[in-house]
Write a protein that binds this ligand. Structure first.
Ligand code: ASP
Length: 442
């Protein structure tokens, strides 16, 4: 067990978690799981979130100051934004093609539609109210929100990651521009800090199998009735098919064609992050793991991974945008609305923006879906239709979100000549590291 690769340990934890959840539900021990097991899952998520801001600060300052040249930074920034936009628009388009072919909305009968609309009306109006607050702000609010007025204020909430990134990039540029002798103590300190934070992630990851066990056991005992799942089977399958195409086909192919990764090497490298994404439903909580995997196990230089991944975790959400596209058309189909090609192209645009605006936390994509529905003239109350299955779909779309971030970091690294060979670390070293025994050589 000790030498088992991390992703197997996590998979075993997930499997045992699911099994325990099912057995506990059958034995009527739901409250026991909620009181005595779920808290360990919450502690695991908290540990990951706890490390996210220190990690962004340490690795991004190190990354930017290592670039030693501001034009390199702007080249990297430009490429990152363009590729992120491209992958997101591709994902929504894929979702729209699938939902138009499969037409899951046509398979919903009137009874199920009424049950869902009534059963989830309260939850749906809660999300709609949250989205209204976002809609009320002006067109440039997102830009204003990027610039914090107090860095300690920004650092005090994980929801302000973009603000922290903004400050840190500015700080890193300052560090490049000052006299290297004066910059040295700060870069030395940041180097050391970075090592410590990476070591802390290694330690936290030792708890991952237990954390995911607790999260999945709690998820099962808290999930709603299976009857409603059945009614939404075709909708769920459409979303899952799209996500599977992204995760199993599109990203590994890009990594192979551009980065030279074999299928196995790519999945082996990123799978622990994928499993944590699945269990936590949060790209932000998964960020420390994604960064560690991409840099240490996939050969992406830290200058790239520390820049591309934190930004990606907050703005690049291919899985979310695909889901928003499918969900919008599904709701329209259920209400008997036929959307024109123009309206569907509008959804590519709004879902891209809505996914960028979605926070990297569980079910955030659903709040922003309200905006996509509103813009396309689809009844927002239709949100109630998809509520019952949102959590499992959220878990899988979060995998797509983090896998896309990792893939884009490979592409950007390759284009800048900053991708080490994916085979640098041989498998012994790879497995040895899983146990957190070796030191980080940076
Ligand atoms: N849970 C997703 C993430 O964190 C966002 C969403 O689609 O709700 O990436």
């Amino acid at each position: 067990m000790k030498n088992l690769p991390l992703h197997w340990k996590i998979l075993i934890g997930m499997f045992l978690g699911l099994l325990s959840g099912i057995l506990a539900s059958m034995a009527g021990l739901n409250q026991f799981v909620i009181d005595w097991i779920k808290p360990f899952g919450t502690i695991f998520i908290n540990l990951l979130k706890l490390i996210a801001i220190p990690l962004i600060i340490a690795s991004l300052i190190k990354g930017v100051s290592d670039l030693k040249d501001i034009s390199k930074l702007s080249r990297m920034g430009g490429r990152t934004v363009i590729i992120y936009l491209f992958t997101t628009m591709f994902a929504v388009s894929l979702g729209l093609i699938l939902v138009n072919i499969i037409q899951p909305g046509k398979s919903i009968n009137e009874q199920t539609r009424q049950d869902l609309l009534e059963g989830y009306a309260t939850e749906a109006s809660g999300k709609i109210a949250l989205a209204e607050a976002q809609k009320d702000s002006g067109p440039l609010q997102a830009l204003v929100d990027l610039v914090p007025d107090n860095i300690f204020g920004a650092m005090s909430s994980n929801g302000n990651m973009l603000q922290v990134i903004f400050f840190v990039i500015l700080f890193g540029i300052g560090l490049i521009l000052i006299d290297p002798k004066k910059a040295k103590p700060i870069t030395d300190f940041i180097d050391g800090l970075n090592e410590v934070v990476l070591k802390m992630i290694d330690m936290i990851m030792l708890a991952a199998p237990y954390g995911v066990f607790a999260l999945l056991a709690a998820l099962i005992v808290e999930s709603p009735s299976w009857d409603l799942f059945k009614g939404l089977m075709w909708y769920s399958l459409t979303v899952l098919a799209g996500l599977a195409i992204l995760i199993l086909l599109v990203y590994p192919t890009l990594a192979k064609l551009i980065g030279g990764f074999s299928y196995r090497r790519f999945l082996e490298g990123i799978s622990p992050a994928q499993l944590v994404a699945f269990s936590t439903s949060s790209s932000a909580a998964t960020l420390p793991v994604t960064m560690e995997r991409v840099h240490e196990h996939m050969g992406v230089d830290e200058e790239v991974s520390s820049f591309v991944l934190p930004i990606g975790a907050t703005v690049n959400m291919d899985g979310t945008s695909l889901y928003q596209g499918v969900a919008a058309i599904f709701i329209a189909q259920t209400f008997g609305l036929d959307l024109s090609l123009g309206a569907q192209l509008g959804i590519v645009f709004t879902a891209t923006l809505a996914s960028i605006g979605s926070a990297a936390v569980p079910s955030a994509g659903m709040i922003m879906l309200v905006i996509v529905l509103g813009a396309a003239g689809i009844p927002e109350a239709g949100l109630a239709l998809i509520f019952a299955v949102d959590r499992p779909l959220d878990m899988v779309r979060t995998i797509a979100n983090v896998t896309s971030d990792a893939t884009v970091s490979i592409i950007v690294a390759k284009s800048l000549g900053l991708l080490g060979s994916p085979h640098v670390k041989d498998l012994d070293d790879f497995y040895h590291k899983e146990d957190g025994k070796t030191t980080h050589e940076g």
